[in-house]
Design a protein. Structure first.
Ligand code: SF4
Ligand code: SF4
Length: 307
C-alpha cells in the first residue's frame, strides 16, 4: 500500500470525528438540559369532533374553573389504577383566648407545646425525606406567622396553613396528620375532646391544660368556584397513574387534559401526589445545574450563541 493511501486511511477517521466538534449535537445532557418536547399538543377531548386530540399523555392539567367535582374521572380510573382521589381543601386553625395568646407571645403558658405538636403533625409526613415536597407544602411550621393570626372579640385564631391541606374528609385529615400529635398531647397532660363534628366538612376539637382552653378547628375551605359548590376536586397520585388518558376521556366538562410534562420523579412517595392546585399550575420540575465544568462551559457557549 502506498504511503499516501496509508496516511489518508489513518487521518480520515480522525478528521470525520474531529469535524463533529463544530456540529450541533443530536443528543441532550438530560437532566441538566431540558429535552424539547416533541408533541406540542396536550391530550384533550375535542367536543366538536367528538374524539380526543392525539396529544402527549404526561402530567395532567386541571382547569379549576371548569371542574364541577362530578367524580367521573375518579370512577374512570377506579378500574385502571385508582390514581385519582377526590379531595376537599381544609384549613386548620387553633383558637385561643387573648390572655393565653398574650402569655404565649411572652414565652409563658402551655400553648407553645400545643401549637408546636399540632404544626409538627403536618410537617413530618410531608417534609422528610424529600426537600422538594417540604418546600411545596404550605404548613408554616413551629414559628407562628403573625400575619396569619386573626383577632376578634377577645379570641385569637392562629391559622396553621397558607395553602389548604387536601384530604378526602376531616376525619382522614385528622388520622393522617393529627392522630400522633394528639396522643402526645394527651401523654403530656392535655385533655382532648370532640366539640363539634360536621363530617366530612368540619371538626372542632377542644383541648385544655392548666386553665388554658383552646379549640383546634379543621374547616373545609370554600374555593368559590360557582360551578363546584362543594369545592370537591381530583388529586392524582403519579405513583399509581399509568397515563392511559381514560380520565380525560371521561370528563364531560373538558376540565382535564394531559400535558407533555413527564418530569415527575421524586425521592419520596408523597412527592408523587399532585393536589388540585399543583395539577392546575405550571410545570413544577426544573433542570438541576450541571456539576461538570465542561457541561457548564458548553451551556454558557450555547447561551452566548443563542442556540
Ligand atoms: S391517566 Fe392516570 S389518572 Fe387518568 S385514568 Fe389513567 S391511570 Fe387514572
Ligand atoms: S375533572 Fe372532570 S370528571 Fe373530574 S371531577 Fe372535574 S369535571 Fe368531573
Amino acid at each position: 500500500m502506498p504511503a499516501t493511501s496509508l496516511i489518508r486511511q489513518i487521518l480520515r477517521p480522525i478528521f470525520v470525528a474531529a469535524r463533529h466538534i463544530f456540529f450541533k449535537p443530536y443528543t441532550y445532557k438530560y437532566p441538566y438540559e431540558e429535552v424539547p418536547t416533541l408533541p406540542s399538543e396536550n391530550y384533550r377531548f375535542d367536543p366538536k369532533q367528538g374524539v380526543a386530540y392525539p396529544g402527549f399523555k404526561g402530567r395532567h392539567l386541571l382547569i379549576l374553573e371548569k371542574c364541577t367535582g362530578c367524580s367521573l374521572c375518579d370512577i374512570a380510573c377506579q378500574n385502571i389504577s385508582e390514581a385519582i382521589t377526590m379531595v376537599y381543601a381544609f384549613d386548620v386553625s387553633v383558637e385561643v383566648g387573648e390572655k393565653d395568646y398574650g402569655d404565649f407571645t411572652a414565652g409563658r403558658g402551655p400553648l407553645s407545646e400545643l401549637l408546636s405538636l399540632v404544626a409538627e403533625g403536618f410537617i413530618k409526613p410531608l417534609v422528610a425525606p424529600d426537600p422538594g415536597a417540604g418546600a411545596s407544602h404550605p404548613i408554616l411550621g413551629h414559628a407562628v406567622d403573625l400575619k396569619r393570626v386573626v383577632k376578634s372579640d377577645g379570641k385569637v385564631s392562629v391559622v396553621l396553613t397558607g395553602d389548604p391541606v387536601w384530604e378526602h374528609n376531616s376525619g382522614t385529615l385528622y388520622s393522617s396528620y393529627l392522630d400522633e400529635a394528639f396522643s402526645r398531647l394527651e401523654r403530656s397532660g392535655w385533655s382532648l375532646s370532640i366539640l363539634e363534628d360536621k363530617f366530612p366538612d368540619a371538626t372542632v376539637y377542644g383541648a385544655s391544660k392548666n386553665g388554658t382552653t383552646v379549640k383546634i378547628v379543621i374547616q373545609k375551605r370554600d374555593l368559590k368556584y360557582p360551578q363546584n359548590k362543594k369545592s370537591y376536586l381530583p388529586q392524582v397520585d403519579y405513583g399509581r397513574c399509568v397515563f392511559c388518558g381514560f380520565c380525560v376521556d371521561a370528563c364531560p366538562f373538558y376540565a382535564l387534559e394531559m400535558t407533555p410534562d413527564v418530569e415527575l420523579s421524586s425521592i419520596s412517595r408523597q412527592g408523587l401526589v399532585y393536589n388540585p392546585f399543583m395539577l392546575a399550575g405550571p410545570k413544577i420540575s426544573t433542570n438541576p445545574p450541571s456539576t461538570n465544568p465542561i457541561d457548564a462551559f458548553y451551556g454558557w457557549l450555547k447561551a452566548k450563541l443563542g442556540q
